[in-house]
Design a binder for this molecule. Structure first.
Ligand code: CP3
Length: 344
């Protein structure tokens, strides 16, 4: 099996014979084989058992033909050892959310090899198992997105608790963000040391902030994470959900690749980001519920917008949805390969 490094070359904005493609949340419930594996253990147990996490990671690589593997885990895994109980119901839940200074003071900045060794063990296992077939992506939540869960206690519509903390007690907010930022830097560097060949920072909820608030309350911490990484030869992807109005600021965080959702066309995103930054995206995940010829048409449209300029990793604009028909996800991946192939 030849080494497929399309993904890594595209991350570095180098020319490729074919556009690489993977899907956020590709190791998940849309796959029949995942649902079968998941019958053996609950989600957190799967995350904490390297053999099960590795098996889940491999499913979309073997069954869907994606050009990168992403570690099966969750963005909330490093929060538990900071000192917060975590449950999945299946939505994530912190029963004792952060609401005061004493709770923030009590948070730890844990050593990842000691507190979450199963993550690095899974990375090491996967590098052996993948054996160069496709590169392995490690990941973390961005400090801001992690703070939304820690302070709200779970998902939220209006983020009133977190925004109250930001606006009423900016010093306390900064103290919380400093601890999360240090935790994320150690966590990602441990994954890189264990063998992750690229890392993605998921700022899924960054787009709930106005551009001014993003600049004050999110960007400085994400930038510190990216600056703190041992990134030699390891591309950094920075994804901000609903972030199209923030691209000129996202650029300042300093990643190699910016993940873009479907609310902006990729040619326009590239104009804002400028040369030297690759883009990842950006098919609307619900487009996979369209008939296959329509999925193919939309793939072509996105490829046409990017044109011949290097530096595009095809992906969805957000995670693949659990009810997505498997055949449609496969048709999507095949269409990217087929229509992007350079002739001659
Ligand atoms: O991309 C991959 O396939 C790798 C694994 C991965 C998971 N979560 C597995 C998972 C990754 C990269 C994540 C990231 C993640 N987790 C994000 C950021 C990306 C995004 O989608 O916005 C966020 C916000 C979370 C928090 C989280 N974890 C949520 C909101 C949920 C969904 C709960 C629900 O009701 O669907 C999870 C659970 C989760 N994470 C599952 C998987 C496969 C489903 C768990 C199950 O099997 O029951």
């Amino acid at each position: 099996m030849a080494f497929n490094d399309l993904f890594l070359r595209a991350c570095r904005s180098e020319p490729v014979e074919m556009t690489p493609v993977w899907m956020m949340r590709q190791a998940g419930r849309f796959l029949e084989s995942y649902r079968a594996l998941r019958k053996k253990a609950d989600f957190l147990t799967m995350c904490k058992t390297p053999e099960l996490a590795a098996a889940a990671t491999m499913l979309p690589v073997n069954e869907v033909g994606v050009d990168a593997a992403i570690l099966f885990s969750d963005i909330l895994i490093p929060i538990e050892p900071m000192g917060m109980e975590l449950q999945f119901t299946p939505a994530p839940l912190f029963p004792d959310p952060i609401r005061n200074r004493a709770q923030i003071d009590a948070l730890r900045v844990p050593d990842p090899e000691e507190s979450v060794p199963f993550v690095m063990d899974a990375v090491r296992l996967l590098r052996k198992e993948l054996d160069g077939k496709v590169p392995l992506i490690g990941f973390s939540g961005a400090p801001f997105t992690l703070a939304t869960y820690m302070v709200e206690g779970g998902g939220s519509k209006s983020y009133i608790h977190l925004k109250s903390l930001m606006y009423q007690e900016p010093g306390l907010y900064a103290a919380l963000m400093d601890k999360i930022t240090d935790t994320v830097i150690r966590y990602l560097n441990a994954q890189i040391a264990a063998g992750a060949q690229a890392v993605q920072v998921f700022d899924t909820w960054g787009g709930i902030l106005s551009p001014g608030d993003y600049e004050t309350f999110d960007l400085p911490y994400t930038r510190r994470v990216i600056e703190g990484l041992n990134r030699e030869g390891v591309p950094v992807i920075h994804y901000v959900g609903t972030g199209s109005a923030l691209l000129s600021k996202i650029k300042e965080a300093g990643s190699d690749v910016v993940g873009v959702d479907w609310r902006i066309d990729l040619d326009e995103a590239r104009k804002i980001l400028g040369p030297g930054i690759a883009v990842q995206g950006n098919l609307d995940p619900t487009a996979l519920f369209a008939p296959i010829p329509e999925i193919e048409r939309r793939v072509k449209e996105i490829l046409d917008r990017v044109g011949d300029a290097p530096g595009h990793i095809f992906n969805l604009g957000h995670g693949i949805l659990p009810p997505t028909p498997e055949a449609h996800a496969k048709a999507f991946v095949d269409a990217v390969h087929r229509y992007s192939k350079k002739s001659g």
